[in-house]
Design a protein around this ligand. Structure first.
Ligand code: ADP
Length: 624
């Protein structure tokens, strides 16, 4: 689940591995090479010093034996001794040849080599000896040793001169007394040579010690430097890594929050291994609990409704083959047995080639969304049907109104025609035509109103309307109706003027409908009481009667087209459209209407309309 837990959306630049290695290795490599170079140099210098020291001991031994042969020669006068002396002297002479050659600007290595070999030095040591002499010979450290060597060579020259003098004296046959000064001179030179050798050895040893200390110091310093650089580089790299990691974590948390807010689960399909990794939300959507899960793809496939499987498989194959995205809905029967409609949106991960082929995506529950969409589609379809019905009704009403008016007109002519006397049954029949025609006309008018209201064709001219006068005009118009039903109006509107924001004509239509219902659904001797009061930003108007009333269940059914209460006596004429139109009109004026009542104890209709701002002009209502 690595890919799901750590989503790459980091604002910090990722540290590339090669830069990381270079940053760490380059300084370390430089210091390590320096330490190695110093170590090799120190070993070579010390080996060369050791070679010079052993060369010096050979030199010293040769010098000692040469002097000893000369002293024996002086004592025994045996020429063999002199020959031994000459043989042994080649050692210091060889070393001198090498030294002189090394001092030249362009030395002859062959001469140096033959000189040192003649001096008894090991051939393998010669290169180191030459390097030390030429590189460090003129340094203060080695200057004393070199001076002692030069002095030693000069003393050897003096020894050779004295030896030649001795040989001449002996060949001449000089008496021992004549030879004694020469022997003394030999001993003196020998002492001086011994001194020079000691100085050579001592200064060489000192130089070796100092060199060793210097080299050890340099190595220790380099090691310290290496540690400091490594710590510095490591700290820098670690802090960058930490910052990078923090940025990653923050991005991951942001993504998790966003995914939680959007209620989407994350999934990853490992194409090669045919595995599906899901985070907690994704597995919950498949009814697998809230922990993340990794399942073989066929197992997840089993949870998908059979009719969606092939399409989903095809979609995934296309995504893998062409690198395109996948977006599909499928019905699942999760492990918890709850069916869900899920929407899967995935993309092939091109950046993650190292992980093999994989698809990364989100899954969300669209069951409710789909249900809503289905409902909306049904509602749209129903609305279309209703709209067609409205159009039909409107057309029908228009078509009916014209012949109906003609029927009513002719019936009224018959009724009023004084020139012709109708028989009693005929007069009764004409009256029936008139009554039925007026009922039909009222129905046609209501239907036309209904279709207009539903189609949103009723224009509202909202303005401040005084409630008292508007109600007064309606009551006056319904005087005849009240008398016919033997009902009296009780107007309890308060003395102070209440103004509502309404369309004056439509408000009157609402009042008349409720008042006429109060008369119709009443009993002889009943009352219709009108009340009003200010309540916050609204004016509340109540029209209550003490007529046949209605139950709470019936009240809940009102305000629907063609709805009449079942218990309402059939003799009371009506279409069941009035209250529906009242509700539509009141709501279009920004108000509400409600009803309550009890069977046999009357009904009360409560209107709530916005209070008008009366700082401007107020229109007085007109009758009708
Ligand atoms: P109509 O009066 O033409 O039938 P309405 O929409 O005005 O249509 O009323 C619908 C129904 O509500 C009526 O048929 C009646 O059953 C019930 N109703 C309306 N007003 C009252 C009232 N004041 N008292 C009792 N029932 C009423």
């Amino acid at each position: 689940m690595q890919g799901l837990r750590e989503t790459q959306a980091s604002p910090a630049p990722a540290l590339r591995p090669w830069r990381l290695y270079l940053g760490l290795l380059a300084p370390s490599l430089i210091v390590v090479c320096t330490v190695a170079l110093l170590a090799i140099t120190s070993v070579k210098v010390l080996a060369a010093v050791r070679a010079y020291v052993s060369g010096e001991s050979l030199w010293s031994k040769a010098r000692h034996e040469a002097v000893q042969h000369l002293l024996d020669y002086a004592h025994t006068r045996d020429p063999l001794r002199y020959a031994h002396y000459e043989n042994i002297l080649v050692v210091p002479l060889g070393d001198r040849q090498a030294r002189l050659e090394m001092e030249r600007k362009h030395p002859d290595m062959a001469r140096i080599r033959s000189g040192f070999i003649q001096g008894g030095n090991h051939p393998d040591d010669i290169d180191g000896m030459v390097a030390l002499f030429r590189n460090l010979g003129d340094q203060p450290l080695f200057r004393d040793a070199l001076a002692a060597w030069v002095e030693g060579d000069a003393l050897i020259d003096r020894l050779r001169d004295t030896a030649r003098t001795l040989r001449m004296q002996i060949q001449r046959g000089d008496p021992p007394t004549a030879i004694t000064p020469t022997v003394m001179a030999l001993r003196d030179i020998n002492d001086q040579l011994t001194d020079a050798e000691k100085r050579f050895s001592a200064s060489l040893a000192e130089a070796a010690r100092v060199t060793e200390s210097l080299l050890v110091g340099a190595i220790v310093l380099s090691a310290l430097l290496l540690s400091v650089i490594s710590i510095g580089v490591m700290r820098r790299l670690l802090s960058r890594q930490a910052a990078h990691h923090q940025a990653l974590q923050a991005a991951n948390e942001r993504w998790q929050l966003a995914a939680a807010a959007a209620e989407v689960g994350l999934f990853e399909i490992d194409i090669e291994r045919d595995l599906i990794h899901m985070d907690g939300r994704a597995s919950a959507l498949y009814g697998l609990g809230s922990e993340g899960a990794t399942l073989p793809r066929p197992q997840v496939r089993q949870m998908i409704d059979a009719q969606y499987r092939d399409t989903l498989r095809q979609g995934l194959s296309d995504a893998v083959a062409h690198g395109v995205g996948l977006k599909q809905r499928h019905l699942t029967h999760g492990a918890d047995g709850i069916p869900r409609l899920l929407e899967t949106t995935g993309q092939m991960d091109r950046a993650g080639r190292d992980h093999g082929q994989r698809m990364v995506g989100v899954v969300r529950d669209v069951t409710a969304e789909q249900a809503q969409a289905d409902l909306a589609a049904q509602r749209d379809a129903a609305e279309q049907v209703a709209s067609a019905q409205r159009a039909f009704l409107s057309r029908l009403s228009h078509e009916l109104r014209t012949p109906l008016n003609a029927i009513l007109g002719f019936a009224q002519l018959l009724h009023l025609d004084t020139g012709r006397t109708l028989s009693a049954p005929q007069a009764q029949q004409v009256q029936w035509i008139l009554t039925a025609g007026q009922q039909l006309l009222a129905l046609v008018e209501d239907v036309l109103d209904l279709t207009k209201v539903e189609a949103g064709e009723v224009r509202m001219h909202l303005q401040p309307v005084p409630v008292g006068p508007a109600m007064g005009a309606s009551l006056a118009l319904l005087d005849g109706v009240a008398t016919r039903h033997q009902v009296s109006f009780i107007n309890r509107l308060p003395a102070e003027a209440l103004h509502v924001q309404a369309d004056p004509q439509r408000l009157q239509q609402v009042f008349m409908n409720l008042l006429s219902n109060g008369c119709k659904y009443n009993r002889p001797g009943g009352h219709v009481t009108i009340d009003a009061r200010q309540e916050g930003a609204q004016v509340v108007i109540e029209i209550a009667d003490d007529g046949i009333g209605l139950s709470r269940e019936d009240a809940a059914q009102l305000f629907q087209p063609f709805k009449r209460v079942a218990s309402t006596p059939h003799a009371i004429e009506g279409t069941g459209l009035g209250l529906y139109i009242v509700k539509q009109l009141v709501e279009r004026m920004g108000g509400q209407v409600a009803v309550d009542g009890q069977p046999g104890q009357g009904a009360r209709f409560t209107l709530r309309l916005p209070t008008a701002d009366t700082s401007g002009p107020v229109l007085a209502p007109t009758m009708g």
